[in-house]
Design a protein around this ligand. Structure first.
Ligand SMILES: [Zn+2]
Length: 265
């Protein structure tokens, strides 16, 4: 348990510091809104969500995976595979679940109300990667526990999945100007910042594309892949079309958004 916390926090802090430095040294876009206010609300929401999950659930995802393993729940606990292959399969399977969850959160109006807060950010950078409404975080945890019970990943595979997902989310939300040739090669496998930025466009058909957080495979496979934004990365507008005023996107407004939102779709 202590080892898990050290690994997760260490990886989180390391990747955060790396991406924050890279996006400060080589930014892709000029930020449109003051960074300090955004970072304060984004980091506050992240801490709030993490604390809520910690206190609302009697187990962590990793501890639940250990219970599932001990009781033989889930597909992977019913077969005998090499640990490395099993971990890789589990990480890919959980990534597919996250992709499917993300699609459903866009298509179902009630769930979209929860997910809107993530999209209401007027810029995207490393802090947007973990900016989710605390209720979305709680619901995501329920979905994750169900997925663990069905798939049966080992506790180590869950740690690997969570560390990889956090790292890739910070990477692909970052404002780092990844060189285009690197982007072109990397996006065969992973979601790059340019690929995920399309998903944060105000144009609805762009918002409803590039749902992947880690592997780019799912968007290609399920035909939700959109290579570039229509207006280009510099000119595209980030956020939601009917929420453009920063004074109406402060922390209290954001937390109230699921209940106050006027839906365009
Ligand atoms: Zn989304």
């Amino acid at each position: 348990m202590e080892q898990e916390i050290v690994i997760r926090l260490g990886a989180y802090a390391g990747v955060f510091a790396l991406m924050a430095t890279l996006e400060a040294l080589a930014p892709k876009r000029r930020l449109r809104t003051p960074k300090r206010a955004r970072w304060l609300s984004n980091i506050s929401v992240t801490v709030l969500g993490a604390a809520l999950v910690r206190f609302a659930f009697p187990v962590t995802a990793v501890a639940f995976a250990a219970t599932a393993e001990a009781r033989g729940w889930g597909l992977l606990n019913a077969v005998s595979l090499s640990p490395l292959f099993e971990t890789a399969l589990a990480v890919v399977a959980l990534d597919l679940v996250i992709y499917a969850q993300h699609v459903v959160f866009h298509l179902q109006p009630i769930l979209w109300r929860l997910h809107m807060m993530h999209h209401a950010d007027l810029d995207i950078d490393v802090t947007t990667g973990a900016r989710f409404h605390p209720f979305e975080i709680l619901l995501s945890m329920v979905i994750k526990l169900c997925a663990i019970a069905a798939i049966g990943p080992s506790p180590g595979a869950v740690v690997a999945f969570e560390v990889i997902l956090n790292a890739t989310a910070m990477f692909n939300h970052s404002n780092f100007a990844l060189p285009l040739p690197v982007d072109g090669i990397l996006r065969f496998l992973l979601v790059t910042p340019d690929m995920h930025r399309v998903h944060h466009s105000v144009i609805i058909r762009e918002t409803n594309s590039n749902y992947g957080f880690n592997l780019s495979l799912w968007d290609r496979l399920f035909r939700t892949y959109r290579p570039q934004p229509l207006k280009g990365h510099q000119e595209m507008a980030i956020g939601l079309a009917n929420y453009r005023d920063p004074s109406r996107l402060t922390l209290p407004h954001l937390l109230a958004l699921p209940f106050t939102a006027k839906l365009l779709r």
